[in-house]
Ligand binder design. Structure first.
Ligand code: AMP
Length: 397
């Protein structure tokens, strides 16, 4: 894998695709600078080598229009503050003005281009737009994992104009390595913990990872489709009746491939989808009518704990219960604690995709697991086994 460590940027201009799609408040202040901080090591390496960095990103969804509220000029001060360098800004991302600003850029300096998505050509992956972007640097660096699953001009097509002069930034390289550690080189036993609301949104992931794992823990709302398919009573729990055959075929495939599936045995059932509902612990396959399972029960958590603590590689995607409500957050918090303990004992743990990342942040597990993926859609597509165009474009000669 070619990373920026394979280049010396002295006297070179690096064109860097970053993900500075950060949230702004109504006065255009950056309210969360995590993504800027995440790109800092890559930018600093380029500057310390004696080169300069031309940063390009999208912000929001201007859909090919110049929307002043979505100008990247709003974040220029924040980027300067995070990098400790006064960042220059040019109010275009291609053409004469941008090219002039790049030509004037000195070693050690950083230039931020205007929002790429002010041009509809960006999201279309237009080749001549990508070629224009290609005029803005000597070496192309992709450090935006969050957009690596998009075949856009700046994430994918532009790489074609830098044969032998393109590489992954540190952030993107770290994401690729973390996913690889779970999907290809992970030490066994490998355990995947899948939760969340629906089987239908996780089916491609399950099918892709079955051949790579030893244990599959199923939690959250997905549980009930599996339980009902096996003849259990799920009361009013969330259930996809039209996915019951699929659930049975997953269980069958898991069996054929020697994967041990661990479904909840007991649940916290509630008489309403409400934090203040009445609750009781019931067997997962004997939930009374009018009641719904909203979190894992104590026996279930004891089983999950044993499996997680015996694992050497752990992937977690999707909450174990309705963690947004305090009364049903215990399962998700407990699983976070088990993963924390397993990680301290030497396991590699990766959390990625949607709500599990939100849960991990909310409950403070971010620094306790080995890696939290920043790229929602890109992470899910990787787990589904898809090749991400932004990554493939760097790997191609
Ligand atoms: P997903 O986006 O598929 O990962 O689903 C996440 C959502 O699933 C969260 O908002 C949880 O509240 C929800 N969820 C988890 N467990 C349950 C459950 N037992 N019943 C209903 N929703 C659930």
């Amino acid at each position: 894998m070619i990373t920026i460590d394979d280049f010396n940027f002295e006297n070179k201009k690096a064109l860097v695709r970053v993900d500075f799609n950060v949230p702004l408040d109504e006065d255009f202040n950056v309210t969360d600078s995590n993504r800027i901080e995440a790109a800092k090591p890559t930018i600093i390496k380029i500057l310390e080598d004696g080169g300069s960095a031309v940063l390009m990103s999208h912000l929001g969804r201007p859909k090919g229009e110049r929307v002043s509220a979505l100008s990247l000029s709003h974040i220029c001060d924040k980027v300067s503050e995070v990098l400790g360098v006064q960042v220059k800004f040019v109010d275009d991302c291609v053409g004469e003005k941008a090219e002039r600003a790049v030509a004037e850029l000195q070693n050690g300096e950083v230039l931020l281009l205007e929002n790429l998505r002010f041009y509809a050509e960006e999201e279309k992956g237009d080749a001549s737009f990508a070629e224009k972007l290609g005029h803005l640097g000597d070496i192309f660096v992709n450090d935006a994992f969050g957009t690596a699953h998009r075949a856009h001009a700046s994430t994918t097509v532009v790489a074609g104009f830098f044969p032998d002069k393109k590489g992954f930034g540190y952030l993107l390289a770290k994401e690729i390595k973390a996913i690889d550690k779970v999907m290809a080189t992970g030490e066994k036993p490998v355990t995947a913990i899948l939760g969340g609301a629906k089987v239908s949104s996780k089916i491609t992931i399950i099918e892709n990872i079955l051949s790579k794992i030893n244990h599959l823990i199923i939690g959250g709302g997905m549980t009930y489709t599996f339980i009902k398919a096996q003849g259990g009573k799920v009361g009013n729990s969330i259930c996809e009746d039209d996915k019951m055959d699929l659930a049975l075929s997953i269980l069958q495939k898991a069996k054929e491939q020697g994967v041990q599936v661990h479904l909840p045995v007991d649940v916290i059932a509630a008489d309403d989808f409400d934090n203040n509902a009445n609750t009781k612990i019931v067997a997962v396959d004997d939930i009374p009518d009018g009641w719904q399972g909203l979190d894992a029960g104590p026996k279930t958590l004891a089983i999950f704990k044993e499996v997680i603590l015996s694992s050497k590689t752990i992937l977690w995607n999707g909450p174990i219960g309705v963690f947004e409500m305090e009364s049903f957050a215990k399962g998700t918090i407990s699983v976070g604690n088990f993963i924390d303990e397993a990680t301290r004992n030497g396991a590699f743990s990766l959390v990625g995709g949607g709500d599990s990342v939100a849960a991990v942040k909310q409950f403070g597990f971010e620094d306790k697991v080995s890696y939290v993926s920043t790229g929602g859609g890109a992470m899910l597509e990787s787990l589904e086994g898809k090749s991400l165009p932004g990554i493939a474009a760097i790997l191609e000669a």
